[in-house]
Ligand binder design. Structure first.
Ligand code: HEM
Length: 507
C-alpha cells in the first residue's frame, strides 16, 4: 500500500512542479562540462523514477548508457553512480579522506537515537573511538575466539532442527531458518540472549530487524523533496516511531538485566559484547563517555548490518550449489576428504577447505548482499577527470563491479574455480570485488561474516542433500530491499546424507 502511494506521488510530482523546468535547466548549464554526464531529469524528483524497482540494477543499466561514472539526483540530492574498479579506487582510496561519511536519511537518524550510532556516525572523534573499540575489543579475533562455542552451539542446533524436517520429509523455508540462525548468533554474542528461546521475543527481534532493514532502504520523499520536508506523505514517520519504541523496550530490558548481573559479579568478568560496552561506559578515563543511547544504537547497527546480510549470502550460496550439481559434488568431496565422515565441519576446518572458500567468494561476487557502498563527500574533488562537488552522495555499485565482463571472464557464470587460479580477496584491496567495502569504513564484521557463511554452507551440504521439486533447479531472481534478498525464498526438502555427523545435543 505504501509503495502504491509512493508511485502515485512520483507520478504527480512532475506535474505539480513543471514550472521549475526552466529554472533548473539554465542554472546548471554553466558548469556542466566539468561534471559527469547525467540522464535527463524531471524537476523536483530528479531521477527518483529511474531507480525503481531495484536501484543497483537500474543504476547498472544506466551505466551502460552514461558510463562508469555518472551523476543523478534523488529529488534535490546530488549523487554519483560508480561502476568501474578504477573510479571506485579513486573514490575509496585516492580520495578516501573526502569520502568517509555516510548519507543519513530521516529514518536512520530517528532509529539510531538521533545519530548516536557507529555505522552512520560522521567521520570524527566519536567514530574513531568506536572504531578503536570495535577493532581492539568488540569484534577482534580474541572476542571472536571467546565466542566460538556460542556459534558452534547455534550451528549444531540449526543442523539438528533441519534433520528433524528431513526425517519428516518436510520442506524448509531456508530464508526464515537462516535468519533465525544469524539472529541467534549475533544476539548471543552481543547480549547472551537467544532470539528463539521464547518464540514471542524471538519473533519480535527478527521481525524488528527485518522491518528496520526494509524501512531504512526505502526512499522517503521527506529526505529528497524540499516541500515534502514536513509532510509524512508515505506514512513512514509513524511507522518508524513505532518500530523504534518496540526496539527500545526490548533492548532496555536486556541492558537492565545485564546491569543487575554486573552488580552481583566481578566487574571484569565479560560474557558478551554488551558486558564490554557497559564496562567501557563506566570508565571515566576514556576520552569520550559512551552513553546508553550510544550502546543501544550500536546494538541496533550490529543486528541490522550483520544478520540479514550473512543469512542471505548462505541462502544464495546454497541456491547456486543446487543449480550446479557438479560444483556441489566437488564441494562435498572436499569436505569428506578433509573433515571425514564422523564429525561435523567446524570453523577450524575452513582454512583447509579452499574450494568451499572459493564458493563463498563466488557467491559474494554475483550476489553481494550489500550491493552498493554509500558515502558522502565532505569537500570538492576531481575524480576520473570530473568535478565532484562536496555533499555529493556516492553509490559504488558493487553488484555491477562483480558482473562486468571487463573485470571477469564469463561474468554471469557461477564458477568458483576462478578463485582457485587468482588470489582475489574480499577485504577491499581488489576494486573489482568489494563485497565488504574498502578502507577505513570497510565492514568490521568481515571475518565473522566469512566464518559463519563458510561453516554454515559447508555443514548444510555435508549433512544433507537438497530436493527442490521436479526440475531440480531454483530461480535466481532478485527481490526488493537494500540487502539483495531473493525474489522467491529458497524452500527445499533436506535429505540426510551423513547421519553420523548430525549433532544430537546442544549446550
Ligand atoms: C555477508 C555479510 C556482510 C556483508 C556483505 C557486509 C557488507 C558491508 C559493507 C559493504 C559495508 C560498507 C563498507 C564501506 O563503506 O566501505 C559494511 C559496513 C558495516 N558492517 Fe558489514 N557486512 C556483512 C556482515 C557484517 C557483520 C556480521 C557485522 C557485525 C556483526 C557487520 C557490521 C558492519 C558495520 C558496523 C559497518 C559500518 C562500519 C563503519 O561505518 O565504519 N557487517 N558492511
Amino acid at each position: 500500500m505504501v509503495d502504491l502511494h509512493f508511485y502515485f506521488i512520483l507520478f504527480l510530482l512532475p506535474l505539480i512542479s513543471i514550472f521549475f523546468i526552466l529554472r533548473s535547466s539554465t542554472s546548471s548549464s554553466r558548469c556542466k562540462s566539468r561534471l559527469p554526464p547525467t540522464p535527463f531529469s524531471l524537476p523536483v524528483i530528479g531521477h527518483l523514477h529511474l531507480l525503481a524497482p531495484i536501484p543497483h540494477q537500474a543504476l547498472h543499466k544506466l551505466s551502460t548508457q552514461y558510463g562508469s561514472v555518472f551523476r543523478f539526483f534523488l529529488g534535490s540530492v546530488p549523487c554519483v553512480a560508480v561502476s568501474s574498479p578504477e573510479i571506485a579506487k579513486e573514490f575509496l582510496k585516492t580520495h578516501e579522506s573526502s569520502y568517509l561519511d555516510r548519507p543519513r536519511n530521516s529514518t536512520i537518524v530517528y532509529l539510531t537515537y538521533g545519530s548516536k550510532d557507529f555505522m552512520f556516525a560522521p567521520y570524527g572523534s566519536y567514530w574513531k573511538l568506536m572504531k578503536k573499540l570495535v577493532m581492539s575489543e568488540l569484534l577482534n579475533g580474541r572476542t571472536l575466539d571467546l565466542l566460538l562455542p556460542v556459534r558452534h552451539d547455534e550451528i549444531n542446533r540449526f543442523i539438528n532442527s533441519l534433520s528433524k524436517n528431513a526425517k519428516l520429509e518436510k520442506a524448509v523455508d531456508l530464508k526464515g531458518e537462516l535468519l533465525k540462525l544469524t539472529n541467534n548468533m549475533i544476539s548471543r554474542m552481543l547480549m547472551s540472549e537467544r532470539c528463539s528461546e521464547d518464540e514471542d521475543e524471538a519473533g519480535d527481534i527478527r521481525k524488528l530487524v527485518t522491518e528496520i532493514s526494509e524501512i531504512s532502504g526505502k526512499f522517503n520523499l521527506t529526505d529528497y523533496i524540499w516541500f515534502c520536508k514536513n509532510l509524512d506523505l508515505q506514512g513512514f514517520g509513524k511507522r518508524v516511531k513505532e518500530i523504534h519504541r518496540r526496539f527500545d523496550v526490548l533492548v532496555e530490558k536486556i541492558i537492565v538485566e545485564h546491569e543487575d548481573e554486573r552488580r552481583k559479579k566481578d566487574k571484569d568478568e565479560m560474557k558478551d559484547v554488551l558486558d564490554m560496552l557497559l564496562k567501557i561506559s563506566e570508565d571515566d578515563n576514556i576520552e569520550m563517555k559512551l552513553t546508553r543511547d550510544n550502546i543501544k544504537a550500536f546494538i541496533l547497527n550490529l543486528f541490522v548490518a550483520g544478520t540479514d546480510t550473512t543469512a542471505l549470502t548462505i541462502e544464495w550460496g546454497l541456491a547456486e550449489l543446487i543449480n550446479h550439481p557438479k560444483i556441489m559434488k566437488k564441494a562435498v568431496e572436499e569436505i569428506d576428504r578433509v573433515v571425514g565422515k564422523t564429525r561435523l565441519l567446524e570453523e577450524s576446518d575452513i582454512q583447509n577447505l579452499p574450494y568451499l572458500q572459493a564458493i563463498v567468494k563466488e557467491t559474494l561476487r554475483l550476489h553481494p548482499t550489500a550491493p552498493m557502498i554509500l558515502r558522502t563527500s565532505t569537500e570538492d574533488c576531481t575524480v576520473g577527470g570530473y568535478h565532484i562537488p562536496a555533499k555529493t552522495t556516492v553509490f559504488v555499485n558493487v553488484w555491477a563491479l562483480g558482473r562486468d565482463p571487463k573485470n571477469w571472464d564469463d561474468p554471469l557464470v557461477f564458477n568458483p574455480e576462478r578463485f582457485e587460479e587468482n588470489q582475489v580477496d574480499v577485504r577491499g584491496q581488489h576494486f573489482h570485488m568489494l563485497p565488504f567495502g574498502s578502507g577505513r569504513r570497510m565492514c568490521p564484521g568481515t571475518s565473522l561474516a566469512m566464518q559463519v557463511a563458510q561453516v554454515t554452507l559447508g555443514a548444510m551440504v555435508q549433512c544433507f542433500e537438497w530436493r527442490v521439486g521436479e526440475e531440480g533447479r531454483v530461480d535466481m531472481k532478485e527481490g526488493l530491499g537494500i540487502t539483495l534478498p531473493r525474489a522467491n525464498p529458497l524452500v527445499c526438502v533436506p535429505v540426510v546424507r551423513l547421519d553420523s555427523v548430525i549433532p544430537m545435543t546442544s549446550m
